[in-house]
Design a protein around this ligand. Structure first.
Ligand code: PRT
Ligand code: ZN
Length: 283
């Protein structure tokens, strides 16, 4: 079978996490910063290192079979690709922002105003949907300085922590889109068994990342209360302890409600709680 190609960002915000997720899938390859292509030694896959803006079209045109890129870039290029898996990193929001002292209040107030952005397609679509005629000024970078220079009344850009807006005297005005890194595939390869295998591995890595392995001791009298708090993969494992009225419980809990769960377990009488990372959960 032919060797698949996956395109990832060469350098920038998505590079490190893209490399990490592939390595966590057990793929062995060199991450040479200077080369455009790297071969995986233990899977029929080659990795192409590209500018993120080029990835959706490379995948659409079948030059790469797979790609890892932000949803914002896919939306902006309008490339026709299949979404295979959200990857839970590179999360951000695309927002319209205005100066702190701006008197713009509603979306309709944008009519006739100038908005600077590097994402004219996404912004144009949004304004169209809202039936608002505004002037979209496309600039390739540093859009946040637009209003201060008198270049625009508002900006449309990626916001993550909000620090860039704040340090340029801007405030969030409207949320237009949220984005994260996703695995995409060309329409032609979706049924490929190697893609299915890779997808399975990626999902196992993501599932493991979202959970922790927990071991605790509990008096048998309080066991039911603790079991009710713990789902486990199927159900929690209960193991007898040498001390007869105690048992050990092994389970997995979700990262997102981790501290709430731990506090509830303590309140239910759990002792000696150990928490460990999980490397993979085979789906
Ligand atoms: O060189 P190449 O073209 O490959 O990279 P690039 O410079 O175009 O993109 P890069 O590496 O900056 O971002 C890659 C992707 O990361 C984006 O397409 C988004 O999907 C995602 N992402 C996540 C972000 C951010 N967070 C982010 N904060 N992309 C950009 N920013 C910038 C934003 O443009 C603004 O200037 O960070 C600033 C705002 O950040 P805060 O934290 O101050 O709000
Ligand atoms: Zn880019």
């Amino acid at each position: 079978m032919k060797t698949l190609k996956i395109a990832i960002q060469k350098s920038g915000r998505l590079n490190e996490k893209s490399v990490e997720i592939l390595k966590n899938c057990g793929l062995v390859f060199d991450n040479y910063k200077s080369s455009l292509i790297s071969s995986v030694s233990n899977f029929p896959l080659e990795i192409l290192f590209l500018r993120d803006d080029d990835i959706p079209e490379y995948v659409q045109d079948g030059i790469a079979d797979l790609g890892i890129v932000g949803e914002n870039v896919i939306a902006e290029t309008g490339a026709k690709v299949s979404y295979l898996q959200k990857l839970a990193f590179g999360r951000c929001n695309l927002k319209i922002a205005v100066q702190n002292n701006s008197d713009l209040k509603t979306v309709e107030d944008l009519a006739g105003k100038t908005i600077a952005t590097s994402y004219p397609v996404i912004l144009g679509k949004f304004l169209n949907e809202k039936n608002i005629k505004a002037n979209v000024r496309t600039i390739s970078g540093s859009v946040e300085i637009g209003p201060g220079l008198g270049l625009s009344d508002a900006i449309f850009d990626i916001v993550s922590t909000g620090g860039t807006l704040k340090s340029n005297g801007l405030k969030s005005f409207l949320d237009v889109m949220s984005s994260e890194a996703v695995l995409i595939g060309s329409k032609a390869i979706v049924d490929n068994p190697d893609v299915a295998e890779l997808l399975q591995r990626i999902r196992s890595v993501l599932a493991a990342k979202a959970t922790k392995y927990v071991v605790l001791n509990i008096k048998k009298a309080n066991l039911k209360q603790v079991i009710d708090l713990l789902p486990g993969v199927k159900s929690p494992t209960v193991i007898p302890l040498f001390e007869e009225d105690w048992v050990a419980v092994h389970s997995v809990i979700a990262e997102e409600d981790f501290w709430d769960k731990i506090n509830s377990l303590k309140a239910a009488g759990a002792e000696g709680i150990l928490v460990m990372p999980i490397e993979k959960i085979i789906m």
